[in-house]
Design a protein around this ligand. Structure first.
Ligand code: AMP
Ligand code: GLY
Length: 424
């Protein structure tokens, strides 16, 4: 089989690597891929959001199956376009991708079908939004309705901060049309859990639960990033929580999407908070998380290709999805200055890594002199071990063998999880 992967981050590297293990896979094309992916994929310089470029590529090459992972092309309808050309693919339709592309759509869906989530007001004018934040008590969370590179959420401790966030989105149009409407949400507290799931429109199969670390600095400080590190499994996500999430969140969501006439197929990402009143949805994403995907896929024992094909063919209920009982830790190495401005093109040096530890390329480019940096999140060090503490220790030990000028990493990935395990 020849497979086309759309995207070029660490997530796509992890997905491509897993698919490479499958002997049925002959050619792996990546648009655009990255420096590391070029070692085992055929990469072409077509942007993930270039609909016409992707169409022309799929017409000119023998593609049997496509995997569309970034949010923008899914929200633009790339999966519909490929299916329309006769190319089956992994990824939701444009209508189903609204579950991520519009937070107001997602909130209305949860309210209509009784899926537990934060109480929220949906506001579509600056005047109404300002009135609302001034009449309600902080803390509150202001969110842009549309896609905003993971940066459209503002946790506001005071009315003043909430008013400033509303003005940034609606008056200064920080994220353009994405902020034309906003949600103002109740502030929730509790451990966060990411559950990625396979879905075929009818059946939903959760993968091992993980924990992302979103802020740039240790202990939840500083601005949010795309993700600075991940551990799996997530010790806060007990069997009891998993059962409750399946009954009250996962199944109701998949059924709701079908009932609304936009069945969801692909990877449905549940961003959850385990509050003292039970698990609640913080956000849905219509795709694999990054860096969650490349952290948990090395724990997957069954075939990723079979699971992806089953999502497209509607046969997920009969397809085994098996994860090992081992643990994984991912430490993300970022460019100095990220998530703000940073330099690119800096030389990367990497020594040999231990067995069971891999260097995932996220923002790299290959040059004649070797690999150089080409993005904010440059590399991920992913370690798999029998238990979480050993995995975290191995990820950090191996991260010390990688360097580039200005390299930065958080030093506390997995800390709250390991403390929780020790508390028992
Ligand atoms: P999102 O982009 O929706 O995942 O939000 C980014 C981060 O903001 C989440 O990972 C949470 O840490 C935080 N967050 C979002 N919504 C809420 C909420 N209602 N209460 C508390 N924290 C939130
Ligand atoms: N790591 C969070 C995301 O992919 O949205």
């Amino acid at each position: 089989m020849n497979i086309l992967i759309i995207g070029g981050g660490g997530r796509e590297y992890g997905i491509a690597k897993k698919l490479r293990e499958d002997e049925r896979v002959e050619r792996l094309y990546a648009l655009p891929g990255n420096g590391g992916m070029a070692e085992f994929c055929e990469c072409f310089p077509v942007k993930a959001t270039d609909m016409e470029g992707v169409r022309a590529f799929a017409e000119a090459h023998p593609v049997d199956f496509a995997v569309v992972t970034p949010d923008d092309p899914l929200a633009m309808g790339m999966a519909d376009m490929l299916r329309g050309m006769g190319v089956p693919c992994f990824g939701p339709s444009k209508a189903a991708a609204r579950i991520e592309a519009s937070k107001i759509f997602a909130k209305s869906l949860m309210e209509k079908y009784g899926v537990p989530t934060a109480r929220a007001a949906k506001l579509d004018s600056l005047e109404d939004a300002l009135k609302y934040v001034n009449e309600n008590e902080p803390p509150m969370v202001v969110k842009a309705d549309g896609l905003a590179l993971g940066k459209g959420v503002f946790i506001c401790r005071t009315k003043w901060e909430a008013e400033a966030a509303v003005r940034e989105l609606m008056e200064n149009k920080l994220f353009g049309e994405s902020g034309a409407r906003v949600l103002v949400e109740e502030f929730l507290e509790g451990p966060e859990v990411t559950v990625l799931s396979f879905a075929d429109g009818r059946t939903v199969v959760p993968m091992v639960a993980s924990m992302d670390h979103k802020t740039i600095f240790e202990g939840g400080k500083g601005p949010n990033t795309g993700g600075m590190g991940v551990i799996a499994p997530n010790p806060f996500y007990t069997e009891e929580a998993a059962k409750e999430c399946m009954e009250r969140i996962f199944l109701p969501t998949i059924n709701a999407m079908r009932a609304e006439g936009c069945p969801f197929s692909g990877c449905l990402y549940f961003g959850l908070m385990l509050t003292k009143n039970g698990p609640k949805v913080i956000e849905y994403n219509c795709r694999f998380g990054d860096p969650e995907a490349q952290t948990i896929l090395p724990l997957m024992e069954s075939s990723l290709l079979d699971a992806m094909l089953a999502c497209e063919n509607g046969t997920l209920a009969e397809t085994p999805v098996v994860f090992s009982g081992r643990a994984a830790a991912n430490v993300v190495l970022v460019s100095g200055g990220y998530p703000g401005k940073y330099e690119k093109g800096l030389p990367i040096e990497a020594g040999e890594l231990d067995e069971g530890v891999s260097l995932v390329h996220a923002g790299t480019k290959k040059t004649e002199e070797g690999f150089v940096t080409a993005g904010g999140r440059v590399l991920n060090v992913v370690a798999v071990r029998d238990d979480l503490e050993s995995a975290v220790e191995a990820a950090y030990r191996n991260a010390e063998r990688v360097s580039f000028p200005g390299m930065f990493m958080r030093r506390d990935i997995g800390k709250t999880a390991i403390d929780e395990i020790k508390r028992g």
